[in-house]
Design a protein around this ligand. Structure first.
Ligand SMILES: Cc1cc2nc3c(=O)[nH]c(=O)nc-3n(C[C@H](O)[C@H](O)[C@H](O)COP(=O)(O)OP(=O)(O)OC[C@H]3O[C@@H](n4cnc5c(N)ncnc54)[C@H](O)[C@@H]3O)c2cc1C
Length: 333
């Protein structure tokens, strides 16, 4: 078979290429960006993501390069809620750039191609579409919606692997400490799209006291990056000749911290689909079976997040040890 072009060099594109290579299919990753420019992401590798990294053959490398266990999460709210929950299975804290470096190095090591700053050939099909949230297109023009933002902080003094979530009115923030002492801070906010990220952040700190005590004395060590409005979805869009993977298949809720695991699933899923007479039908069915229900759950959680009174009442029931194992990506290594 001819080489399969993979559009996008994020976790989904690298994993897709590794899955195809493992099936004996030549694959080339075309990444539009010539160099790393940052990602809006919390850097949390769920137990499911950790399991996928094992399948892809890079888990040991990631541990060697400083991934640290995340055994629990502390949940705070603007209304004084504070509870620490043990994860059913520990996840990992690992910076996104290093994760993507390890994955793309592995593609090359297994005989695949990685072309940075390059466009994929137009005529080749099938193609894997791993082009992220907007599928390679421009973000939607609507201004109102959910926006994600991200920066790295130094000087928090928190131990590596410490993770906390901070909920406020139509906003939440995740903070995760890496092995080098830096803390990734990323949030999701329902807004109109006009205010600068620093203003958004300062207002969020005012609204959520736990965030103030975490970051009040720390300093920001990176620029803000923001993205949105996010085109959330619950189902994979069939596109002739294209295998959409990761966020290009559908954008889930970051609250769940399962996006990287879903992106990495492209490897085993394409590997299995390519062994069938109708790879597209097999892939589509596998994707729906694995992800559709959790994407629908994410849509309900977003509705809840936009209703502060409801969120305030629901948090003590949702943030309980018995609830976490209901999320498959937190349960399944
Ligand atoms: C605020 C926030 C926090 C999050 N935190 C977490 C978390 O802690 N844990 C977690 O598991 N998930 C998290 N996520 C979700 C996670 O970041 C995404 O699900 C994940 O990045 C999807 O990976 P991907 O490879 O599909 O897309 P991306 O990582 O977006 O990669 C897509 C790549 O395709 C390239 N590209 C675009 N168009 C083209 C083109 N035409 N040709 C070639 N290349 C192209 C882009 O440059 C990019 O490099 C978070 C999301 C948000 C918004």
């Amino acid at each position: 078979m001819r080489e399969v072009p993979v559009l996008g060099g994020g976790p989904a594109g690298a994993a897709a290429a590794l899955g195809l290579l493992r099936r004996g299919v030549a694959a080339a990753v075309y990444e539009r960006r010539p160099r790393w420019t940052g990602r809006v992401c919390g850097g949390f590798l769920s137990p499911e993501a950790v399991g996928r990294l094992g399948w892809l053959g890079v888990l040991e490398k990631i541990k060697e390069r400083g991934a640290v266990p995340v055994p629990r999460v502390r949940v705070h709210s603007a209304w004084g809620f504070d509870r620490t929950l043990a994860l059913p299975v520990p996840g990992l804290a690992f910076p996104r750039k290093e994760l993507e470096d390890v994955l793309l190095e592995e593609v090359v090591r297994r005989g695949g191609k990685v072309l940075l700053g390059a466009a994929a050939p137009d005529e080749e099909t099938p193609k894997v579409l791993a082009a992220g949230r907007f599928g390679g297109a421009a973000p939607p023009k609507t201004r109102r919606g959910w926006y994600g933002w991200n920066a790295v902080f130094e000087g928090t003094g928190r131990p590596a692997g410490e993770m906390s979530l901070h909920f406020g009115p139509a906003v939440y923030v995740g903070a995760l400490a890496f092995a080098d002492g830096r803390m990734n801070v990323s949030g999701l906010l329902y807004k109109d799209g006009t205010a600068p990220w620093e203003t958004v952040f300062q207002k969020t700190m005012e609204d959520i006291p736990s965030l103030r005590s975490l970051l009040g004395r720390a300093h920001r060590a990176s620029d803000w990056i923001g993205v949105g409005p996010l085109p959330h979805g619950t189902d994979i869009a069939p596109r002739p000749g294209l295998f959409p993977v990761g966020d290009a298949a559908a954008v889930g809720d970051p609250f769940l911290g399962e996006g990287i695991g879903r992106a990495l699933a492209a490897g085993p899923m394409l590997h299995a689909a390519w062994a069938t007479p109708d790879p597209w039908a097999a892939y589509h069915a596998d994707w729906r079976r694995t992800f559709h229900r959790r994407m629908v759950a994410g849509a309900w959680i977003r509705r809840l997040l936009r209703r502060p009174a409801l969120l305030r009442a629901a948090l003590p029931f949702l943030a309980r040890p018995a609830v976490l194992p209901l999320f498959p990506h937190l349960r399944n290594p």
